[in-house]
Design a protein around this ligand. Structure first.
Ligand SMILES: C[S@@+](CC[C@H](N)C(=O)[O-])C[C@H]1O[C@@H](n2cnc3c(N)ncnc32)[C@H](O)[C@@H]1O
Length: 293
């Protein structure tokens, strides 16, 4: 390959990414080149006339090639920012989504307002994946006792590594468990929050998802069965057993699923005040329900 400056390499990569229909072509090119050069995107502008070494150029265009095949940027770089923390990600875990921060922030606010007045809130993250929810809560709620489960041993391995990197490994108990079945009996009736971003895509919709998702993200993190709510149907009674009276079940779901999910939460068990929270696009995305006092 002939020698190229940073500016020329970015221009070339952007053009090829755009010609393959990637809408974020320029941004993707910048993120990938900054990753190769171990620098920031803004630095690329300062160094725009710098000639790239042959090795850097080869590595950069091999990453661009992966992106052309629709591999998500986060899997290529192995990192994703969530709640201002950097999580390692790989193809065994879902890439944490920005909207999931909304439910994490809701829990933090609830604990900080001490609506339940727990000195040491007990919080369970079901289907932890990369550990995004559990680890963020551990970082932002230093008084919380956190439990995190996942059915995937590979996901838990990465979640443990992330917890270690963020110095909260002693604050979280990770369990390889089907939903909450592995949580010790002594926690029954004691937890203040059960937070879940479980798979909720209806099985037959998965092949129609964007290639980045359907082709790369683990189907065990996406597949919610027939109508997408199979796992939540199982979780709701389990959560009721583990939650203290007045504790909260917080669930992330798809925008068209709120009515069906709400119908699985009878007022006799969950009180009247089931709330639907919206995501950044204004779409219904979360249900929070309080275990009857
Ligand atoms: C949509 S991903 C969410 C990951 C992470 N909580 C997040 O918000 O980024 C769902 C996770 O649930 C896990 N999972 C699927 N079925 C499960 C089950 N029966 N019990 C526990 N975890 C399960 C998957 O392995 C995956 O890590």
């Amino acid at each position: 390959m002939t020698s190229l400056t940073v500016r020329e390499a970015l221009g070339k990569a952007t053009a090829v990414l755009r010609s393959h229909g990637l809408e974020t072509a320029r941004l993707d090119a910048e993120v990938l080149l900054a990753f190769v050069l171990k620098t920031s995107r803004s630095r690329l502008y300062i160094d725009s006339e710098k000639i790239l070494s042959g090795d850097d150029l080869t590595e950069f265009f091999s990453l661009v090639e992966r992106r052309l095949n629709r591999e998500p940027i986060a899997y290529i770089t192995g990192e994703k920012e969530f709640m201002s923390l950097i999580f390692k990600v790989n193809r065994n875990v879902l890439i944490p989504r920005p909207e999931t921060e909304i439910i994490v922030e809701w829990v933090i606010e609830k604990v900080n307002k001490l609506l339940l007045s727990p000195d040491n809130p007990i919080i369970l993250d079901v289907g932890t994946g990369s550990g995004a929810i559990a680890i963020s809560l551990a970082r932002y709620l230093p008084q919380a006792e956190i439990w995190a489960t996942d059915i995937s041993a590979q996901a838990l391995e990465l979640a443990r590594l992330n917890a270690k990197n963020m110095a909260v490994e002693d604050r979280i108990t990770f369990l390889n468990s089907d939903l909450l079945t592995g949580i010790p009996a002594r926690l029954k009736g004691k937890a203040h929050f059960v937070v879940a971003n479980l798979p909720y895509i209806p099985k037959e919709e998965i092949p129609h998802l964007p290639a980045e998702v359907a082709g790369y993200e683990p189907h065990i993190a996406l597949d919610g069965g027939g109508d997408g709510l199979d796992l939540y149907r199982k979780l709701i009674p389990q959560a009721r057993e583990i939650l203290a009276a007045g504790g909260w079940l917080c669930m992330e779901i798809g925008m068209s699923q709120t009515k069906t999910l709400a119908s699985l939460l009878p007022a006799s068990n969950w009180g009247e005040g089931i709330q639907v929270l919206k995501d950044y696009a204004g779409l219904d995305r979360f249900i929070v329900a309080q275990n009857r006092i």
